[in-house]
Design a protein around this ligand. Sequence first.
Ligand SMILES: [Zn+2]
Length: 270
Amino acid sequence: MKPATTPLNASPAGSHAWRPDRFMLIVAHPDDADFGPAATAARWIDEGSEGWLVCCTSGDQGGEDFATDPLVLAAMREAEQRAATAIIGYTGVSFLHQPDGGLANDLALRELLVREIRTFRPDAVLATDPETLFHGDAGINHTDHRAAAIAAVDAVYPASRNPMAFPWLARDGLAPHPVRRMYLFWSNHPTVRVDVTATIGRKIDALRAHESQIRHPERLEARIREWAREEGQEIGAEAAEALRLIVIDEDPTDEPGATETSDDDPTATS
Ligand SMILES: [Zn+2]
């Protein structure tokens, strides 16, 4: 229950308040972003951020019938994700068309992700936690989720900021770009919680767009609201999303002579 001192529509104390101007979600499958931090993305976009979604695969193994044409399924899932992306309000979505069930953190995928990062130039990248092999004591994290997660980490650092990584990219005009933060979801070790009371409904609407993947649509809303309620208890919010924050660089300051990475500046916000 909300503390009585928390005014309506205000973030309660303890809610994570930092917001990127630009952020990118990197996920394995269509629907991962929407089961993940979609309400955080929607809140940030409502408050002025620009977001971009990258799906490494198009989910061509996400069915129950071996006779399904995987190309037909991939096209359907891309359409579902485009609809969900519009509901959340992303500026756009990229599909990298890697094989579902066979995603590998190789140099080819890293180059594709570095291209995406250097093109959109996000302050923060969101991905699943690459250290999640099991979900607590229950369930195994999908191999593609783990591959996309570690690929996102390796693309963020050091490749995206290193001009000598894939040097043809810089020669083609894709200048190196330092991502300052990563927010990891589906983590066993979350460190921040974002109050998403105002946008949890959009997350549910976005999830409904993944019609091919939702087996019990009548149970979806209750399930998502219950998860968000549990995450919100710690900060006294009706709904929250839990994330593991990794700060790579402090934010640049406006002070003359301030450096891009103001590690030694005690006034830098974090
Ligand atoms: Zn997935």
